[in-house]
Design a protein around this ligand. Sequence first.
Ligand code: TYD
Ligand code: MG
Length: 453
Amino acid sequence: MSRTKTTFFCTQCGNEAARWQGQCPACGEWNSLSEELRPRRARAGGASPRTGLPASVPAEPTRLVDVLPGAAERWSTGIRELDFVLGGGVVPGSLILLGGEPGIGKSTLLLQVAARLEEGDHTTLYASGEESAAQVRLRADRLGRGAEHVLFLGETELGSILARSAVLSPQALVVDSIQTAYTDAVEGAPGSVTQVRECAARLQRFAKETGTAVFLVGHVTKGGTVAGPRTLEHIVDTVLYFEGSRSLDHRVLRATKNRFGGVDEIGVFRMSATGLEVVDSPSELFLGERATGVSGAAVVSILEGTRPLLVEVQALCAQTAYGAPQRVTTGFDRQRLALLLAVLEKRAGLPFGNHDVFLNAVGGVRLTEPASDAGVVASLASSLLDRPVPPDALFVGEVGLGGELRAASQLERRLGEAERLGFRTAYVPASARAAVDLELIRVPSVVELVEAL
Ligand code: TYD
Ligand code: MG
């Protein structure tokens, strides 16, 4: 035991370093290293060092064939989008981390989950170190829908939370937030990397030993000495991130790790006066405030997991006043933009060389799939030539260096979503086949695409 020695942890990624550095060598974050006492080794024997529960009898090895596949059990959280992101509901005994920036709605979502689980006769204990009982009561009143029946515990010492849970044996436990929880078993202030890891590890043991589903709230931090959720990702079973800007009221829930399901589904919510509401048709949200008849806007389709979403991409090309032309993008890769501009210049003869180009994917969406290329090209050409694109047209296809338009995956799904939303035409690669009620305009290359517009 070398309790006097200190060590340095990155509060963003949890990497340990022997000395202080301005930049974390593992994740590259600046100013994120924080000095902490080196954690003590776990004690052997006696009570379980993790949960403080009596040590269990040594485990017996079992042939896998004799193991009952009981893990299929899942509870519905009562919130369809959350069930979907979790891969079909909550798995009992799992540890789920919900990360996100302060104020994004993590506590709101989990209180709603607690209320729904309570409705379905799953007792939930909501332990909060962030807000008082009275504050949570106020939120529960806003939410309505039975939230006031949730059991609240104003406690941050982990041993007490676990002792309470052991007595009450709730089906679900919420710890809001892991950064305010602490345990005397390790040194350091609440929120330090050592503390949050130890607390999460104990909660993981508790979840597995009792079959309780445990939800952790983890605030995303910027630098400083408070450990962020990424330092816990390897300890928990499922990592969910809640994203979206506080100014826009839609929120996207995304799984980045899931031991019990896929990680590519998203759930879209809207923050309303009475809590988070499921958004049934996310495409309508992203296309909501479209100005028609303006040049430079085109609609593309992205796939989030298995779900197609339609998103508007906007381009603005303006004559460069002085110096080198600017290329500014939001939600799109700058290198990819440079490539598409070069292809347009070379193959379709459009003079972007003396124009500043601004490209923006609307609604804070990121366009990462090559299938959005056709739409980006259409918006660029439309802005440069100042001719609006037909508002009811969808663009699908990857652009190759020769200017050719290539097939995109899951074409039928993408076009189906457009059809559902009342689109009439779709510009697709020449090889495209799809049984949809849309006029398909087949364009072999960017030259035909620009001409067709
Ligand atoms: P909160 O769940 O407290 O965020 P977090 O736990 O992630 O820090 O949500 C905070 C914001 O949500 C706050 O600005 C108020 C807003 N809000 C609503 O708009 N409607 C509601 O019904 C509730 C409960 C909160
Ligand atoms: Mg909160």
